[in-house]
Write a protein that binds this ligand. Structure first.
Ligand SMILES: NC(=O)c1ccc[n+]([C@@H]2O[C@H](COP(=O)([O-])OP(=O)(O)OC[C@H]3O[C@@H](n4cnc5c(N)ncnc54)[C@H](OP(=O)(O)O)[C@@H]3O)[C@@H](O)[C@H]2O)c1
Length: 256
């Protein structure tokens, strides 16, 4: 699903036709047979219903859905913006709920089984500085995926939780702080598809980001809160050019 005027995901139909597009990581149980762009906003019920209708008509053999939608925006106690924060929660969480509920009956109807996959974040593990809405939405999505996994445990539908650290995409390009160990997007996609084939239902990567978060999770709360509060000033995130919400990366600075 792409937004009206959006860039598409990942591209329009190939000149050779959808059936001739190869899986970019090669062979395996998981392959894709083409791209079917459907413009819409995942937070709009009508748009998601229309997506479902298109899929039922043109992709009746749909075996799985990745919810890769997300927005990364900081929240500032110095410059609160409730509309921006609510929209961040809606795109990262409400949209996933809508899309998964829309497509689940179609996926469940597949004789060979199927899957739903959602992208959360290591920002769901603990509260991050200036991450009120993003951390909360990703944590909610994490619980949604786990609840679905439990309800579908005895069925042939698998639920995948994908938990990236930093990956080179337009989203991470917003960050004006060091991201050591960031992965190229191709490496991330290859890693995800390999883990999917092994049916690892929680896919966290890179391992060193994951281990770092696990260590932070072991800290006593007060120590974690103090350490994280020291990082507040480091969290500088620029808006994407097409975002209807704009903000200063550092409130009170001379920036945008
Ligand atoms: N990159 C990272 O380092 C990183 C780390 C942790 C988690 N994640 C998560 O991984 C997922 C993929 O992120 P990414 O890095 O690929 O981000 P991205 O490059 O910014 O892509 C986000 C996508 O979401 C779409 N989108 C945003 N709002 C939408 C809406 N209301 N309706 C429909 N589509 C909408 C965008 O469409 P347009 O192209 O039309 O704007 C874009 O295709 C996200 O859930 C993100 O939170 C990423």
């Amino acid at each position: 699903m792409t937004r009206p005027g959006g860039q598409g995901a990942p591209a329009g139909p190939s000149p050779e036709g959808p059936a001739n597009q190869a899986n970019p990581v090669g062979a395996g149980a998981w392959s894709w047979t083409g791209v079917l762009p459907v413009a819409g906003d995942v937070c709009q019920a009508g748009d998601v219903s229309r997506l479902g209708a298109v899929l039922r008509e043109r992709a009746a053999d749909l075996s799985g859905v990745f919810y890769c939608v997300g927005v990364s925006r900081p929240d500032f106690v110095e410059a609160l913006d409730v509309e921006r924060a609510v929209d961040t929660v809606r795109v990262n969480f409400e949209g996933a709920l809508r899309v998964f509920y829309e497509v689940l009956p179609l996926v469940r109807a597949q004789a060979g089984g199927g899957f739903l996959a959602g992208f959360t974040s290591m920002a769901a593990d603990r509260g991050f500085p200036r991450g009120h809405s993003y951390c909360a939405a990703k944590a909610a999505l994490d619980r949604l995926l786990e609840s679905l996994r439990i309800d579908l445990y005895e069925t042939s539908v698998k639920i995948f939780t994908i938990v990236p650290g930093y990956v080179e995409t337009p989203m991470s390009a917003q960050n004006r702080f060091p991201m050591p160990g960031i992965w190229p997007v191709g490496k991330g996609v290859t890693h995800i598809l390999r883990r999917l084939e092994r049916e690892e239902q929680v896919i966290r990567f890179p391992w060193y980001h994951s281990w770092g978060m696990a260590l932070l999770g072991l800290l006593p709360n007060r120590l974690y809160w103090w350490l994280a509060s020291r990082q507040r000033g480091q969290v500088r995130i620029e808006p994407q050019a097409g975002d209807r919400f704009q903000w200063n990366a550092e409130p009170g600075s001379a920036g945008r």
